[in-house]
Design a protein around this ligand. Sequence first.
Ligand code: UD1
Ligand code: MG
Length: 485
Amino acid sequence: MLSLNSVITTRMGGASLWRIGVSKPSLTAVIMAAGKSTRMKSRLPKPLHPLCGKPLLSYLLDACKSAGVSRIIVVVGHEAERVQEAFHGQCEFALQEEQLGTGHAVMSARQLLDGYEGDLLVLPGDTPLIDGDTLCKLVEHHRKSGALATLLSAILPHDAGMYGRVLRDPGGKVLGVVEAKDATPEQLAVREINTSIYCFKSPALFDALQEVRPNNAQGEYYLTDVIALLTQQGQSVEAVVADDWQVTLGVNTRVELADVASRLRRRILEKLMLSGVTIVDPANTYIDADVQIGQDTTVHPNTYILGNTAIGEECEIGPMARIENSQIGNRTIVLASQVVECRLGDGVRVGPFANLRPGTVVGNGTKIGDFVEVKNAVIEENVSMAHLTYVGDAHVGANTNIGAGTITCNYDGKRKHRTIIGKGCFIGSHATLIAPVEIGDGAYVAAASPINENVPPDSLAIARCRQVVKEEWAKRRREQSSSEG
Ligand code: UD1
Ligand code: MG
């Protein structure tokens, strides 16, 4: 029987501790994603631009979650409905009806944070490489120093371009941030940039934001102005320099999107390599963020592994494979082929030049060779389908051999029909299986037969004209034409 003490200890584990008085410091994040993304020159809003298989904004949500943020508010405005639809259920939304600047964006979340007293992480929606560790360091420093505002800065190894510059006094104390468009040549020479990622105390941030005016080159309410305002008020403002400047890079143009994508790809590939996957040529391999690959699998060059794909151990993928949203077992080979929304078992061999379309399920040990297309079909174990075949809307039983050139005619011009082929069948080359049709277990279909009636188990179906041989016919024809000529 449990004693009262042990019941209490059990209940005190994990989060329930906080409910009995040991207060957990709360951490809320506001992500600004309402901007017009003018520099992207796109109909697609910037938060939804795909980056290694996921929308750009999702990386910010992931980083916040891994830093222990308990509440995430995304400020939406430009194309708000599309962004809300894409992230429905993953965060809260605040609406910024007019895009009047980053300061105004944060102000739009004020109502949702009414009564909130705690630390507030503020992030832009366009720095997808930011990670949980960097955010944790920022928050830790903010809490230790007791500052009202702490900004994350970075020192770039190259020209700081259009980033806001962090201004400090000779003693290193933060004075403010100046936007590139408003900066003097001396200020532009500063290498320490504002990442637009901050930790503030709430509600002090909102009090300061009320004082911000749009007196700048862009006529916007800059969030950055809060830093100078607070220092002028004698409040404590801190800056933490990111250990790795790359995690702070912003995406404002498609050139920056490609740059960030290549850094993210490298990060994904390195993680896989360190977990035991061989990537023969990382410069020519494209693997999305959520892909999982097992130990001792080799990925050869010019290969794309995309979306929600999981690949087992000891597989050989590529060269020239494109695999999307698929599950693949162990010791399977996919050579120069496309596999989309499929499930492949263990020891399957695919390609070269096969096209496995959505809804294909392939059993262990099956071989699908060159110029074979499969769609919405279950192919059981140890089937051989080695060349030039189309199998659509079908079920193929285990140990069946499908001869070269076999076609399932699944479409009658109006509707799709199914072909069922049993276990241990032998379908001769160039058979035409006109669906709906069923070939029983162990049956044979003679080569070049158009089959439109069911074939019972263990029988042979032949459906072709008998061959006629006219002896000497060719010789006579040649003689006739030479006598005429
Ligand atoms: C901003 C910073 C700059 C910093 C850089 C880092 C300001 C004024 N500038 O510049 O100091 O170096 O980020 O990447 O803050 N947004 C809204 N509503 C608006 C305007 C913008 O939600 O009215 C959002 C955008 O969607 C974007 C983010 O705020 O996600 C930052 O806006 P952006 O225009 O990209 O600012 P930057 O020029 O990059
Ligand atoms: Mg930006």
